[in-house]
Design a binder for this molecule. Structure first.
Ligand SMILES: [Zn+2]
Length: 289
């Protein structure tokens, strides 16, 4: 290899490294954070494994498909989740948990504590009672809370005040739990289904919302993912969790255009399937199947 070629290669690899997205398999190293955005159809579900093997689920998706995926991500004998986060009690985020928590034990359950009139909601409350009896601790989310899982920090950023006991007709706006998972220099922001009003509230709250990876709110609804929000989160990558050919027209062209305008690389569960990232705290890598 000539000297010239070597130099070009080094420069190329260096540039790749700056962006830090490498489409290669990474060995199952114990010091990696793994974040799987699961393709569960029209809904949200993400599975997070910390370097110390704490297992965190953020939303359960609209059906039991998350359970099937979990069986390939966790050993079959392991029926314990360290932290379950329900962003809001709507069935496209909750239904999978109703199935999961019949058979799995959760150590901690973080949610907003809002009230709602719906059959699935009543099932959720029953599940919480059952899990409490098994020893689960229920945490009502409020900005400022920090949860440490080994070297991972989970920052609760929203709602800004406790929503416990509040009757919500629409639980997808002001009451969603927004949290950020931080590992070293890298971070993932999970927004549930917040709308642009809640996004503005988050921006003005002074909470540190800067994140490398953004889980796009509300499956790419045009009423979320505002310019203001993107300007402040400054993500390099966005993940849209959305079902194929859904009747809502999500993700909307408006949101896709906004993400493009900001130069954000987009992955979609309806197009890409499960989207998996690993991070060593300095870089984040996309794992391609
Ligand atoms: Zn949703």
């Amino acid at each position: 290899m000539s000297r010239k070629i070597v130099i070009y290669l080094v420069v190329f690899l260096f540039l790749l490294n700056i962006f830090a997205w490498q489409e290669v398999f990474v060995l199952n190293s114990p010091h990696y954070l793994k974040v799987d955005f699961l393709n569960v159809g029209q809904g949200d579900s993400a599975f997070v494994q910390t370097p110390e093997n704490y297992k965190i689920l953020i939303d359960g998706g609209p059906n039991s498909s998350m359970l099937g995926k979990l069986s390939s991500l966790m050993p079959f004998w392991d029926k314990e989740i360290d932290l379950v986060i329900l962003t809001h009690p709507e069935s496209d985020h909750m239904q999978g948990f109703l199935d999961l928590l019949e058979n799995y034990k959760a150590d901690y359950i973080l949610w907003s504590g809002v009230k709602k009139t719906a059959l699935e909601y009543d099932k959720w409350i029953n599940i919480l009672e059952k899990q409490k009896k098994l020893g689960a601790k229920i945490i009502i989310a409020k900005a400022g809370q920090e949860i440490k899982a080994g070297n991972i920090l989970i920052d609760v950023l929203f709602p800004l005040k406790s929503m416990e006991g509040q009757d919500m007709k629409d639980t997808s706006n002001d009451s969603c739990v927004v949290n950020k998972i931080i590992y070293g220099k890298e971070s993932f922001l999970f927004t549930g289904d917040i709308d642009s009003k809640a996004e503005a509230g988050l921006v003005n709250s002074g909470e540190n919302i800067l994140s490398n990876v953004l889980k796009v709110s509300h499956h790419g609804s045009k009423y979320s993912t505002s310019d203001l929000f993107l300007e402040n989160v400054k993500p390099k990558v966005a993940v849209i969790s959305v079902g194929k050919d859904n009747s809502y027209g999500q993700p909307t062209p408006e949101v896709l255009q906004r993400l493009e305008k900001f130069g954000i690389k987009v992955f979609r569960t309806d197009v890409n399937g499960d989207v998996k990232f690993v991070s060593d705290g300095n870089n984040i890598k996309l794992i391609k199947k």
